[in-house]
Design a protein around this ligand. Structure first.
Ligand code: F6P
Length: 363
């Protein structure tokens, strides 16, 4: 370990999720209390380095106290702060302010940046490291679990826990009123939340982006249950799922300027009602999946990831992404995680187990 006192910058980018504050806490406790380094928090992803004045927060143990259990991010976040195409109003007049970001980090005397984020943030960080030489260490976050290179991202387990409990709660009304209850969950173009919450909550059908579905197959399953005396059914549908031959359903433009997924739950409920004649309702879990306290699993994962990020900084191993593989924390080149996103493999044991207990995917 180098004996030099260091200063590390830290930011959180993209959608918030449970566990961000727990990673910040782990980094700060290790850096400040054990290594006697300084940690400078940048507010709102890279925005804190871009405005007329820098918006920073010195991260001390007092500032991060209680962070283990607190959802969101104490530094704030944004998913429209790409410094290479800075376009805060989303009007398509983006400016390349990456030079300013690096200049300001250098003016702060930072040895490097620890960035907590999903695929968008990691792509920005990789570009910064490749084009400007910025030293970065990435820590993977997202409830969607769709980041390449890691078995799991922190935030995912908390979202699954919430969605599973929601499915449990919807079971009671489904059963009492002999209804079909459709639950729309997040996940963007990946079906991990739907798959896990569907299996965990005992759904009868799970519809994911990776499997374009035929609603006739789902209706068949529901009617078959009727015949067997099960007068209710639960369908978990990922926001990015689509009918075979159809398109994803969007409900508007997000702040990032990208179209926002939403509405498939209602579509599925309406169509199932019409085809089966059984009363159907839909519930959209939305941002409830991203809020609240992290599960114990995510707190532990966040602490392990944060600690490993500091290990990398100590060893001067930059431009790496901290990952979890086969239950071990390790790291990979940042560049290996940014060209695509991860999706559910239909050969995975969880899909097989779901099919094994009779859950249909509409294929
Ligand atoms: O990536 C996390 C996520 O919650 C996705 O599951 C969802 O599609 C998206 O972010 C929603 O983004 P926003 O909060 O910007 O509407």
């Amino acid at each position: 370990m180098s004996g030099k006192k260091r200063r590390i910058a830290l930011n959180t980018g993209g959608g918030d999720c449970p566990g961000l504050n727990a990673v910040i806490r782990a980094v700060v406790k290790r850096c400040v209390l054990q290594l006697e380094w300084e940690v400078i928090g940048i507010r709102d992803s890279f925005d804190g380095l871009i405005g007329p004045r820098m918006d920073l927060l010195e991260l001390t143990p007092d500032v991060v106290a209680g962070g283990l259990t607190r959802g969101g991010t104490l530094l704030g976040s944004t998913n429209r702060g790409n410094p290479f195409d800075f376009d805060p109003t989303g009007e398509g007049k983006g400016q390349d302010l990456s030079g300013l970001v690096v200049e300001r980090l250098n003016s702060l005397g930072c040895d490097g940046l620890i960035a907590l984020g999903g695929d968008g943030t990691m792509a920005i960080c990789n570009d910064l490291s490749e084009r400007t030489g910025l030293k970065v260490i990435g820590v993977p976050k997202t409830i969607d679990n769709d980041l390449l290179g890691t078995d799991i991202t922190f935030g995912f387990n908390s979202a699954v826990e919430f969605a599973t409990l929601a499915v449990d709660r919807l079971h009671t009304t489904a059963e009492s009123h002999h209804r079909v209850m459709v639950v729309e969950v997040m996940g963007r173009d990946a079906g991990f939340i739907a798959l896990h919450a569907g299996v965990g909550g005992g759904a009868d059908a799970i519809l994911i982006p990776e499997v374009p579905f035929e609603l006739s197959k789902v209706a068949e399953k529901i009617l078959d249950r009727q015949v067997r005396g099960r007068h209710f059914s639960i369908v978990v549908v990922a926001e990015g799922a689509r009918e075979k031959g159809g398109e994803q359903i969007h409900d508007g433009l997000a702040a990032s300027g990208k179209t926002r997924l939403g509405g498939i739950g209602r579509y599925v409920a309406d169509k199932l009602h019409r085809t089966t004649g059984i009363d159907a309702r839909y519930t959209v879990l939305g941002h409830l999946q991203r809020g609240g306290i992290p599960t114990a699993f995510d707190r532990i994962l966040a602490t392990r990831l944060g600690n490993h990020a500091v290990d990398l900084a100590v060893d001067d191993m930059w431009n790496r992404l901290v990952v979890m593989r086969a239950n071990k924390i390790t790291d990979i080149p940042l560049a290996d995680a940014v060209d695509a996103t991860k999706s559910v493999s239909l050969d995975c044991d969880l899909v097989k187990a779901a099919r094994g207990v009779g859950i249909v995917f509409g294929d």
